[in-house]
Design a protein around this ligand. Structure first.
Ligand code: ARG
Length: 457
């Protein structure tokens, strides 16, 4: 096929080189943005008199036709074209003749691809934002459903202090709210139009970059034409946001996997989001959570690939930059897939409050509260800590727990103990007393639920 850029280069390129050079297999997904961008460009060329209004209108109608035909399937993407930009221009010129050849006035593929990518990723950010909000909805649902369920809270994966299951779940809500905030921030810098920067230096035509930017929903235009075509920070930022989302999902996955194990049995995942084993009939495997945890590595890899591709690139456009798209597309696809499966998986899981409570009762997780009890009676914390440790050691030796150690035994350690100690170290009291802002008390959990809801409107 004759190249649109044939001119200086007239010899045939080898087909191996053509394949190597081509990006249409992955950039064709931006066809809507490419065509919409071109329509705004044609409108600007008409409005500024660079083309006649009639020519601009013909181009816009022609582009509309190409868009509709691609959407209906009447027109297929020709994979022998170098990229989506060449393909659209070629089809347009095939249909309109010479007018089609005027579309590329006062622009270059360098600013065109930067425009398309920003527009494409902008809508992906919006979609991912919606999916994160769905997941937040599922977390809220579970938190409200299990508001007063007590579980052991862990440090070092050792039972540490009793907490509310809802409090634990809301921790993930806080992470995801920050992810939303990061995406919002990233979108702001992404939403700056590069179109009109042309190949690298701007143009001699009397263009109106702001008109084009406004028509395409951008907040601003790139202030430096070299920057407009060279900047891929928005990809790096997005990938970094997405890597963080995946890191959060991966931690959540890990806990869902642990909690649904036979050893924990804190939750059970719905059959719809688990798989069976081909050989072991008793198995119910948390594959969705495991895959999410596994796919986190891909997204981290995409971020590294992008940073490494950009490292050391001289200004302005270099073909290396064509490598930006596969990494960033892979990351958005992966994150969307994970979020789509994660939200209903969380929504439909069932908590097992009795098992959580049992686990919370066995591990001396009220030992801090026993120490606090003595502190309130006047003992310095360090001494109270030591005494409580000795009592725990006795319980372990005798196969008892703090709740069942007789009062007479407590009295041997300190006369400060009163019968009210049992009430003070009950799990309900331990949780209920943690009224510090952000603590695990019910009032705090309710405040957190309100906060998350407020952030979602
Ligand atoms: N397919 C190219 C890319 O994705 C489009 C820009 C090509 N520009 C150029 N000067 N060869 O980066």
């Amino acid at each position: 096929m004759a190249k649109l850029w044939a001119g200086r280069v007239s010899g045939e390129t080898s087909s191996i080189a053509d394949d190597f050079n081509s990006s249409i297999s992955f950039d064709s997904r931006m066809y809507v943005q490419d065509i919409t961008g071109s329509m705004a460009h044609a409108a600007m060329l008409g409005a500024t008199g660079i083309l006649s209004q009639k020519e601009a209108d013909t181009l816009i109608d022609g582009l509309q036709g190409v868009l509709e035909d691609l959407q209906s399937g009447a027109l297929q993407i020709d994979l022998s074209c170098e990229d989506i930009h060449m393909f659209v221009e070629q089809v347009l010129t095939g249909r309109l003749g010479d007018v089609g050849k005027k579309l590329h006035t006062a622009r270059s593929r360098n600013d065109q691809v930067a425009l398309d990518l920003r527009m494409y990723l902008r809508s992906e950010v919006d979609e991912i934002t919606g999916l994160i909000k769905n997941l937040l909805g599922a977390i809220l649902h579970q938190a409200e459903e299990n508001k007063t369920v007590i579980m052991p809270g862990y440090t070092h994966l050792q039972r540490a202090q009793p907490i509310l299951f809802s409090h634990h779940l809301l921790c993930y809500a806080m992470m995801l709210l920050r992810d939303l905030d990061r995406l919002r921030d990233c979108r702001k810098r992404m939403n700056v139009s590069p179109i009109g920067c042309c190949a690298l230096a701007g143009t001699t035509y009397p263009t109106d970059r702001r008109m084009e930017a406004k028509a395409l929903g951008f907040d601003d235009v790139a202030k430096n034409s070299l920057d407009g075509v060279s900047d891929r920070d928005f990809c790096v930022e997005l990938l970094s946001c997405l890597a963080t989302v995946m890191m959060h999902l991966s931690r959540f996955s890990e806990e869902l996997i642990l909690w649904s194990s036979w050893e924990f049995q804190f939750i059970s995942l719905s059959d719809a989001y688990t798989t069976g084993s081909s050989i072991m009939p008793q198995k119910k495997n948390p594959d969705m959570a495991e895959l999410t945890r596994g796919k986190t590595g891909r997204v981290y890899g995409d971020l590294m690939a992008m940073l490494t591709t950009l490292k050391g690139l001289p200004l302005a456009y270099n073909k290396d930059m064509q490598e930006d798209k596969e990494a960033v597309f892979d990351a958005v696809d992966t994150v969307k897939m994970c979020l789509k499966v994660f939200a209903p998986m969380v929504e439909t899981m069932t908590a097992k409050p009795e098992n959580m409570k049992k686990a919370a009762q066995g591990g001396f997780i009220n030992a801090t509260d026993l120490a606090d009890y003595l502190v309130k009676k006047g003992l310095p914390f360090r001494s109270a800590y030591k005494l409580s440790g000795q009592i725990v050691a006795q319980c372990i030796r005798e196969g008892k727990v703090l709740e069942t150690l007789p009062f007479s035994e407590y009295q041997k350690y300190s006369s400060l103990f009163g019968e009210d100690l049992y009430e003070e170290i009950s799990l309900e009291t331990c949780v209920g007393k943690r009224i510090s802002e952000g603590g695990t008390s019910l009032a705090s959990v309710e405040a957190q639920i309100d906060y998350v809801k407020q952030m979602l409107v």
